[in-house]
Design a protein around this ligand. Structure first.
Ligand code: TYD
Length: 154
């Protein structure tokens, strides 16, 4: 019974990982509260974004010309927001590639598991805010592009 459950979970995991495409990664228009003194965007897990938030991290002081990312995740869902400034996110499902420009703090790119991403063209002072569905785990990363392509072609 336990073996059966483990095998079924493994199959589900492999199906999710291999079948996701760039079309599963929409830009979500986040709620905005406008006041005379500026805007507020409040994000509630499982309400405004389709996962519960376990971790938040942000990239800053990115030198001109630097590129970040260059990996995919096996289980992690993320919402990527330009908290300040702008940058491009290249998403790739092994077959299709798409470049999404983020430059508004109320636009969030949802990146589902099994999508290769690269972040580039950071403006000076840009802050890339990332809401993540899981705690940090190096074991969740796929950092070898050829291995990623092989997995996606299964
Ligand atoms: P990585 O995710 O590869 O950075 P990026 O995709 O932005 O280029 O992470 C860079 C380093 O930071 C790596 O050594 C792992 C570490 N790290 C953590 O310790 N915790 C975290 O939550 C994240 C995102 C990274």
């Amino acid at each position: 019974m336990t073996t059966f459950v483990i095998l079924r979970s493994l199959k589900t995991w492999l199906l999710v990982l291999t079948k996701t495409t760039v079309h599963d990664c929409p830009v979500i228009h986040l709620p905005q509260i406008q006041t005379e003194a500026g805007g507020i965007t409040s994000l509630n897990g499982n309400i405004n974004i389709p996962f519960s938030i376990k971790r938040i991290y942000y990239l800053y002081d990115v030198p001109g010309g630097a590129e970040r990312g260059g990996h995919a995740h096996q289980c992690l869902h993320q919402l990527i927001v330009a908290g300040s400034g702008s940058f491009d996110v290249l998403i790739d499902d092994g077959l299709n590639k798409k470049v999404v420009s983020l430059n508004r703090p109320y636009h969030g790119l949802l990146v589902v598991p099994g999508i290769w991403r690269e972040l580039l063209n950071f403006s000076s002072g840009a802050i890339c805010l990332v809401l993540a569905s899981e705690l940090y785990s190096e074991g969740d990363y796929l950092r070898d592009y050829n291995l990623f392509r092989d997995l996606k072609s299964k």
